[in-house]
Unconditional design. Structure first.
Length: 140
């Protein structure tokens, strides 16, 4: 998929996460060539006046996997498309994981489709991520 298509998907997901009351800690993929974070910061700025505190970039060189530092981060969940981090964070640290792989599948080919199927089998669909208020009060 093009960078523009991928960025549009990430912007939409970031907006939804913030609208549900969560803060976003963004970690670029280790093999990324053009970062997405600047676009996401602008997008979240359009949703909320406090974008600088609602979305931040992980303090980790982007070539390092998040699994190296996640145990020291106070996160309640991980949202990704098809990253193996969804599997590792769930299995190694018991972190809830959510995928939006279903959104990506029409734009994928080859091994990417296989990875999306693996992730969908082990991570919850992003649509099931409740708002922070619902989570705190136990409303389902």
């Amino acid at each position: 998929m093009s960078h523009a298509q991928e960025a549009a998907i990430y912007r939409h997901i970031a907006e939804q996460i913030v609208e549900r009351g969560y803060d976003v800690i963004w970690k670029e993929h280790p093999r990324i060539s053009t970062p997405f974070f600047p676009e996401l910061l602008d997008t979240v700025g359009n949703v909320t006046a406090d974008a600088g505190t609602r979305i931040m970039e992980a303090n980790l060189p982007h070539i390092y996997p998040i699994e190296l530092v996640v145990s020291r981060m106070n996160i309640v969940g991980c949202v990704s498309g098809t990253s193996a981090a969804l599997l590792y964070l769930k299995w190694l640290y018991g972190i809830k994981t959510y995928t939006f792989a279903e959104t990506l599948v029409p734009l994928m080919t080859g091994a990417d489709i296989l990875m999306s199927e693996m992730v969908k089998a082990h991570a919850e669909p992003f649509s099931t991520l409740q708002s922070l208020n619902e989570t705190q009060t136990g409303i389902r």
